[in-house]
Design a protein around this ligand. Structure first.
Ligand code: DQQ
Length: 540
């Protein structure tokens, strides 16, 4: 449908057509990054789940490959669902994934490459002994899915991995041990359980360094390491993470801040983002995070446009040494190779209630870095004001004015501002009486079209002494990925503009606060398309 083609992204990964959901089994092998993904070959809505497959040299320019796995066995005939790769010390790749059986039971299966010397890993063999795991006693047959990458256990040759589930309304992460990836033993203790959180999908568990700026292999452990537990909550369709300490010998993980959101931690992304998964990139010694950006329009609209969902730009994940409570997510550096020439650099002193157009080419494809300086006197005024409490989601969006907010940028807007997506800071007085900064993305006016999500996303974000208010935005037609304070708080927006499209898109900076002017410093790069295309297999 040509009418909707402008919604397609220029540099995010998405299939040529039809439905996609979770990223699966990301890995690096012989010079190539591999991405597998949940895919429906037949339609733009979920079903017939197959593993799509793509490769890239740089995590940005992708080549589509033939499907890696299709639902063709009794143990996965109703879907080749989500899974993860474990790379053994000898280079073998163990791909564990969930199969939905002919009886709609969720089981775990093993697959491996037919030919490890093939850098493209084109052929996948399903183990003849599948399934390798069935739901254990006490676990619902539809509550047992998405095995993680395994990490080495305390004993020689022992591997451990976790699988999400629930008991009643308590979300849990079951732990299994194995030495061969074909037979497994369930451990008595779960890795973590949080009452009231429901089914945990796509659990992820990995170490982060508290001292260094490199990422860690999934099996790395020792001093200076924390472990992140991430669960995708089926009930609210949000990814939550908690940072904690992992005692490998006791297989016990203890969250640092069990009080944070009742033990399930912060949201990885406060926008439209789900079923994320990390992998360790040995080439650049970093941990890289993928996430599924779904649709917020109707299924009929997706069928009409013929495709659904994109993958986020891969993000590096680090522990935030300054707050010690947050992760830092940041677009992989390779995205900068799409920057077309030098940035436009702008300084603007924004009076209360002002908005300023920034002249850029192709405002539908941008990389923006913006920082804002707020008057100290005005900050003091906030603290003295008596109004306490603000939250992005219950606010009226960027049109609601406070003493010290909102201020930020407006993306994917048309010239007359009939459509616009403001991404901004809002400083208010927190419950502790101190200034608290919120980071919000307002979709209430992103589209004049009916039937698409129109809420205000966001959360509070720590802004430490001496830090400016800073944000980075990746704008790609119908997707905006927004990172505050170096990636402490992230919001992904899926938007459906009808007028602010392609060459009609505009970029603004604004300050809608009533009580203070702010100084904005903005750097803007136009981004080129990543030109995702089919792999020229005949050239091999
Ligand atoms: N998607 C897969 C499941 C997983 C869910 C099925 C999460 O394995 O739990 O497509 O989006």
């Amino acid at each position: 449908n040509a009418m909707l083609s402008w919604q397609r992204t220029a540099y995010h990964f998405q299939p040529q057509k039809n439905w996609m959901n979770d990223p699966n089994g990301p890995l690096y092998h012989k010079g190539w990054y591999h991405l597998f993904y949940q895919y429906n070959p037949d339609s733009a809505i979920w079903g017939n789940i197959t593993w799509g497959h793509a490769v890239s040299k740089d995590l940005i320019h992708w080549l589509y490959l033939p499907f890696a796995m299709v639902p063709d066995q009794w143990y996965d005939i109703n879907g080749v669902w989500t899974g993860s790769a474990t790379i053994l010390p000898d280079g073998q790749i163990m791909m564990l994934y969930t199969g939905d059986t002919d009886d709609y039971v969720q089981v775990q299966n093993l697959a491996y490459p037919a030919n490890l010397s093939d850098p493209l890993l084109l052929d996948w063999v399903k183990y003849k002994g599948n399934p390798v795991l069935v739901p254990p006693p006490g676990i619902g047959v539809k509550d047992f899915r998405d095995p993680t990458t395994a990490w080495t256990g305390p004993q020689n040759g022992q591997w451990l991995l976790t699988i999400g589930s629930k008991i009643g309304k308590t979300g849990i992460a079951l732990v299994y041990e194995t030495s061969n990836f074909t037979s497994f033993k369930l451990l008595d203790e779960v890795l973590h359980a949080v009452p009231g959180t429901g089914m945990w999908e796509c659990v992820d568990f990995y170490p982060v360094s508290t001292e260094k700026t490199n990422g860690l292999d999934t099996s790395y452990n020792g001093p200076g390491v924390k472990h992140v537990l991430k669960a995708s909550l089926d009930d609210n369709k949000q990814d939550h993470y908690a940072i904690g300490t992992y005692d490998l010998t006791k297989n016990k993980w203890t969250p640092d801040n069990p009080e944070l959101d009742c033990g399930i931690g912060l949201k990885l992304d406060y926008g439209k983002y789900y079923a994320s998964k990390t992998f360790y990139d040995p080439k650049k010694q970093r941990r890289v995070l993928w996430g599924w950006i779904g649709e917020t329009d109707s299924e009929s609209a997706d069928l009409q446009k013929g495709w659904a969902s994109v993958q986020s730009i891969p993000r590096t994940v680090l522990y935030d040494k300054k707050t010690r409570t947050h992760l830092l997510q940041w677009p992989v550096e390779e995205i900068e190779s799409l920057r077309a020439g030098d940035p436009i650099v702008k300084q603007a002193n924004l009076q209360p209630g002002s908005i300023e157009l920034l002249h850029v080419d192709s405002a539908a494809e941008l990389d923006i870095e913006a920082s804002f300086e707020v008057d100290k006197v005005a900050l003091q005024g906030i603290i003295e004001a008596d109004h306490v409490g603000f939250s992005c989601s219950t606010s009226g969006g960027a049109a609601s004015r406070g003493i010290l907010g909102p201020f930020g940028v407006v993306v994917i807007a048309d010239q007359t501002l009939s459509e616009l997506t403001p991404v901004y800071f809002y400083i208010s007085k927190g419950a502790d009486g101190r200034a608290q900064t919120h980071f919000c993305a307002d979709q209430t006016r992103s589209s004049v079209a009916p039937g698409v999500a129109k809420q205000v996303y966001g959360s509070s974000v720590p802004v430490l002494d001496g830090e400016k208010h800073s944000m980075r935005l990746l704008v790609d037609h119908s997707i905006v990925e927004s990172f505050a304070q170096g990636g402490r708080t992230v919001i992904t927006s899926r938007i459906y503009p009808t007028k602010a499209v392609n060459g009609a898109a505009r970029l603004f900076v604004f300050n809608n606060a009533t009580g203070a002017s702010v100084t904005a410093s903005v750097k803007i790069w136009s981004l080129e398309s990543a030109n995702i295309r089919s792999f020229p297999l005949q050239d091999l």
